[in-house]
Ligand binder design. Structure first.
Ligand code: KG4
Ligand code: ZN
Length: 378
């Protein structure tokens, strides 16, 4: 069932509100992005050093009308050109999910359109079906023969986001086999927590990647291999970072540096110049990133080999990590695909892509579909 029976101009409006991005997108034929609008709430949450659910729900309600309108504005006849409406129904924050799910249902109901509920984790994987670059904003769909090929099954998907870390085998659209997942923190969560410990701010992933660029080597951190399993564990690594920072601080006098509005403080040990402490933090950031990347890449490459995958797809916010992308490409023996940066983090175009293939296989949702905050992939 790798081919779909839906027409290539089948147009889906999708909404994503599972966490801290309010997003809407219009996607044609499951692959061509007509519009993708993302309103980030990151500034609202930054002061707390993490996401506050009530703040997220309120911001979604405030942002949704304008975000949906902006997404539809790329269609000359707006909603009249849409064939189905989709929204994320889980996993995520329940209040936040409700805002987008209800908005999508209301629009579908009012226009007598089919409605498709989408699993956010599945959608991250489907970001790999979307066409980036010059095709992305095209109003005229490419002829099927001109389209870059879609991912080929069977494939191994590594989903690494702020809330999830999992390795799955996809045998066809909608056919998942969960190979492994995190036993504690998600990879992105580990980046965020470690960055906070190191005083690098929020969100932690980009901050750690940037700090790591300045100081290779010097510090080593452990890797949690969990032998004979495709599961992951990152909480021990986070604790190792904490111990490193604390032991560096035992001799210290606390010197608070400018906290630029974040709930983080940088502490400089006594007698140590801020420059050398910054260098130490950069080395720690590098070691942390190496440890996470090594484990993620090793298990993904092993799984691809063990299950005869024809390719590897990377997905989720942490797929934006340059070191992870490069190392996976270097060590994999099959092609590695990852979405462009803007489609790695939460967006609604990926929801539309997943909805297209769901709908194509006859999986439309009922009006009573509720949010499922802990929805699983398989
Ligand atoms: O997929 P996403 O936008 O949200 C969830 O569904 O969770 O992922 C957000 C996560 C955050 O934890 C953020 O720190 C991480 O993705 N992230 C990165 C990078 N960019 C974002 N992690 C590592 N390196 C990056 N460059
Ligand atoms: Zn996500």
């Amino acid at each position: 069932m790798s081919e779909t029976a839906l027409p290539s101009n089948f147009t889906i409006l999708a909404i994503e509100t599972s966490c801290d991005e309010t997003a809407a997108a219009v996607v044609r034929g499951g692959r061509t992005i007509i519009s993708s609008v993302v309103a980030s709430q990151i500034d609202e949450h930054r002061r707390y050093g993490g996401i506050v659910p009530e703040v997220a729900s309120r911001q979604h309600i405030l942002a949704l009308p304008a975000v949906i309108e902006a997404a539809l504005s790329r269609l000359p006849d707006g909603l009249a050109q849409v064939h189905a409406v989709a929204a994320t129904y889980g996993p995520g924050l329940s209040g936040a999910l409700l805002t987008g799910l209800n908005a999508a249902k209301a629009m579908a109901w009012a226009r007598d359109l089919p409605f498709v509920g989408v699993n956010h984790l599945e959608a991250h994987i489907y970001a790999n079906w979307l066409l980036p670059g010059e095709h992305a904003s095209s109003d005229t769909p490419l002829a099927l023969s001109d389209m870059p090929p879609a991912p080929q099954f069977p494939l191994v998907a590594l989903v690494v986001s702020g809330g999830h870390t999992l390795l799955a085998l996809l045998e066809d659209h909608g056919q998942y086999r969960l190979l492994g997942q995190t036993r504690d923190d998600a990879a992105g969560e580990a980046f965020d927590k470690a960055a906070r410990i190191m005083g690098l701010g929020y969100p932690g992933g980009p901050a750690i990647q940037q700090a790591a660029e300045h100081a290779p080597g010097g510090v080593t951190l452990p890797r949690a291999w969990l032998r004979d399993s495709y599961d992951f564990s990152f909480s021990g690594l986070k604790t190792a970072v904490l111990h490193q920072v604390q032991s560096r601080q035992t001799r210290e006098a606390k010197v608070a540096t400018k906290a630029d509005g974040a709930a983080t403080q940088q502490r400089t040990p006594k007698g140590e110049s801020p420059d050398s402490f910054d260098k130490y933090i950069a080395q720690l950031a590098y070691a942390f990133q190496e440890s996470v990347v090594d484990v993620l890449v090793t298990k993904t490459v092993d799984a691809a080999r063990a299950f005869g995958a024809t390719e590897i797809v990377l997905a989720g916010g942490v797929a934006a990590n340059a070191r992870l992308r490069a190392e996976l490409k270097r060590r994999a023996s099959v092609p590695v695909r990852y979405p462009p940066l803007a489609l790695c983090t939460d967006n609604a175009a990926m929801i539309a892509a997943a909805a297209f293939y769901r709908f194509a296989s006859g999986r439309q949702s009922d009006w009573d579909l509720d949010v499922v905050p802990n929805l699983k992939l398989a």
